[in-house]
Design a protein around this ligand. Sequence first.
Ligand code: GDP
Length: 314
Amino acid sequence: MNYQLDGKRVWVAGHRGMVGGATARRLASEGCEVITAGRDVVDLTRQSEVEAFLKDARLDAIVMAAAKVGGILANDTKPAEFLYENLMIEANIVAAAHENDVDRFLFLGSSCIYPKFAPQPIPEDALLTGPLEATNEWYAIAKIAGIKLAQAYRKQYGRDYISAMPTNLYGPGDNFDLQSSHVMPAIIRKAHQAKLNGDKTITVWGTGTPRREFLHAEDCADALVFLLKSYSGYEHVNVGSGEDVTILELTQLVCEVVGFEGEIVHDLSKPDGTPRKLMSADRLRGMGWAPRIGLREGIAQTYDWFLANQERWQ
Ligand code: GDP
């Protein structure tokens, strides 16, 4: 497949988010007209607003990066919001895309769609082979429904709708709020604060033994553009780095980059979540795509961005 993006009108739903923002920037360099619409223009959970927006937008393609997202604690404590909002957003957009003859649609999911005890690295066909991890099953169920929506519109109407499943993403534009963030921005912020305070310790949640895979949001955006141009198929595609680290190793690396030399202590009252979720990168690698930004370099760049933007979280 060779889908030409040049001159196309592409809506990035969720452009204010980390991956949506990176994707909008990456698409601009492909010569497309990138369409964006903030929450003030269209509330994506409202069907009538999404329908009205799509009717006027004359789109060729959509990248669906809009979602209610958050780290392990936010997911675990706001199940209704994570399930309801994500279901509404994706159902509204897919249905309106079909109604308005939008040819290409790329849905973004997450590695948490896979069973808690899936084989590692997790191949795409592990989907729906076992029970989910309890701390984020609400988000996962919504994202699985999104994959199925893309498949259903392909099957029933012949629509060229595809899905990508990014691993844990990080980078400039991430959320550094300690209650709702993912682990990477949380550790960067905590290490920075500990260094400033002259603290002797930094506290991480859980045992530090869970393993996570990380991909820089700009690498993810590059992979999404690659898929938009070259992939058409029923099955979703994993988007990852193919490597994982323990939370303890991640914390040590972040502390080195930030320059904090104290001790790492564990808050065992907080959940570990799934023990490991390394996705198989074979499929995407086989198509000819590979990430470019190494973990240390990516952390350093994200820390620089945090330093320049930290007043947002004060
Ligand atoms: P998950 O990948 O869905 O589990 O989401 P997170 O990125 O929020 O958490 C990943 C892992 O990092 C879990 O085992 C957390 O317990 C652990 N972790 C350690 N310290 C923190 C922290 O300060 N914030 C978050 N969000 N996770 C942390």
